[in-house]
Design a protein around this ligand. Structure first.
Ligand SMILES: [Zn+2]
Length: 465
């Protein structure tokens, strides 16, 4: 019986993570994320899983980002009948993320149907990929385990989670059989980032499947961020502009709020510049953050929990819940910062804020996260002179600032330092979760640095392990 590894998503790309490890005939699916990108490709890749869900014996989820957990309902709808395993925080986050997605899909379908009627096109049979009821079924079969606790899959296969330091509840997965240990990094965080613990090391392993999102890049230092960020905010404030920040509701928004809180404490940003977090999902996720202090690093515990302060709230920060309040921001004339989702500016309220702000050169767009190909976020990063929002063209005159120190993914030096820890015992290394040219470059870098047997996982290819 062959033991194999295969990727059915996030192979030479970054979204739609789905990986299958087969050991002694047992099929283990790690992550079942939603693919994000062009509309056509999205439809095709998310509807069709490209493997038989009925053949999966156990499903594991590394973390609650949409591109890692967003398509479990499709897995169940197509015949998967087992459990899903993750940490508790991941389950709670995934619950919110999946429900949010079901709502958005429903709204999209209604919009399309309306349009169809207007233009006399037949859209009637169009259905959402999944509904709230489907999400309910997923949550019902979702089991949680803490970090470092072995879960027995069969007589001689077991797995455990260790902290990945990427977002709240994020995990790397160690799978162990009689004669081999496999490490699946999931999305890997960075040392010394605020709020979360650093990524944890496991005992020696034989096989690693690692993400390599930033396999070609070195991030700015977190320590330099404070001043850079404060300078930028003051500049926009002084010319009476507003700053729009497309931000992932999970993790990035909380880090950003935490950082702004520090700047506020140090009086480094204008006292009368209001900050709005306009994302109901971010508000819900922030509640989960408050409920999981065990995931915090010592610094955060020290700074906030012992002093019984709320790290995610301060005077001039306002969380916006209702659509009416969100719309009112359009008429807000004073300089302000608006943090809003979605993170890649593909959907959500941030689109309204961008449409309303980017034509005025005194405003700014601040990028604090990864922008995948073919997303509006990427077009903003690429400084496209004109961008399409809600089907209309907007001149992109706002100033662009990219703060990659916020990244929740290890850069290539950090990643290599991490992998070096396992170099002695390592027999096989697979690269996933990175754009094609990035993976090619990183593979070469690893080979130049003494690694052999480095594979870039190709879509739906089976590799013997
Ligand atoms: Zn992630």
């Amino acid at each position: 019986m062959k033991n194999t590894f295969a990727s059915f998503g996030a192979a030479r790309e970054v979204t739609g993570s789905k990986h299958i490890i087969t050991l002694n005939g047992i099929n283990i699916l790690i992550d079942c994320g939603m693919f994000q990108g062009s509309r056509k490709e999205t439809e095709y890749k998310n509807k069709k899983l490209n493997f038989d869900p009925k053949s999966i014996d156990i499903a594991i989820c590394t973390h609650g980002h949409f591109d890692h957990c967003g398509n479990y309902p499709t897995l169940l709808n197509n015949g998967y009948s087992g459990f899903i395993y993750s940490t508790d925080a991941t389950k709670q986050i995934a619950d919110i993320v999946l429900k949010d997605s079901a709502h958005i899909q429903q709204a999209d379908i209604e919009y399309l149907r309306k349009k169809a009627k207007k233009y006399n096109i037949d859209f009637e049979d169009k259905q959402p990929l999944y509904t709230l009821e489907d999400v309910g079924r997923v949550v019902n079969v979702w089991k949680t385990y803490p970090y470092n606790k072995w879960v027995q899959i069969s007589k001689n296969i077991r797995f455990k989670f260790i902290d990945a330091g990427h977002i709240l509840g994020s995990a790397q997965v160690i799978i162990e059989t009689d004669n081999r240990r496999i490490l699946f990094t999931g999305d890997l965080g960075r040392k010394g980032m605020p709020i979360l613990n650093d990524p944890v090391f496991a005992d020696p392993v034989d096989i690693i499947i690692t993400e390599a999102t930033y396999g070609d890049r070195v991030h700015d230092k977190w320590e330099d961020l404070e001043k850079k960020l404060a300078d930028f905010i003051n500049k926009i404030y002084n010319r009476n502009g507003r700053i729009i920040v497309p931000s992932f509701a999970i993790g990035r928004t909380q880090e950003l709020v935490y950082m702004l809180h520090i700047l506020e404490d140090k009086k480094m940003i204008p006292q009368d510049m209001e900050i709005f977090v306009d994302s109901p999902m971010a508000i819900n996720i922030t509640e989960i953050f408050k409920n999981h202090p065990e995931c915090y690093d010592d610094e955060t515990k020290e700074a906030f929990i012992r002093h019984s302060k709320n790290p995610f709230g301060f005077n001039k920060l306002k969380y916006i819940q209702s659509v009416e309040q969100s719309k009112m921001l359009n008429d807000y004339k004073k300089p302000c910062i608006i943090i809003s989702a979605s993170g890649m500016a593909e959907s959500g309220r941030v689109l309204h804020h961008l449409a309303n702000s980017i034509e005025d050169p005194k405003n700014a767009v601040m990028i604090v996260g990864f922008m995948a190909q073919n997303t509006l976020g990427r077009r903003l990063v690429d400084k496209a002179p004109v961008v399409k929002i809600f089907g209309e063209n907007y001149e992109n005159n706002a100033e662009l600032a990219v703060f990659n120190a916020f990244s929740a993914h290890a850069d290539y030096l950090e990643l290599t330092e991490y992998l070096n820890h396992y170099k002695k015992s390592l027999k096989q290394l697979f690269l996933v979760h990175g754009e094609s040219r990035v993976l090619d470059k990183y593979k070469q870098y690893l080979i130049d640095n003494g690694y052999d047997k480095v594979n870039i996982a190709e879509f739906s290819q089976f590799y013997e392990i």
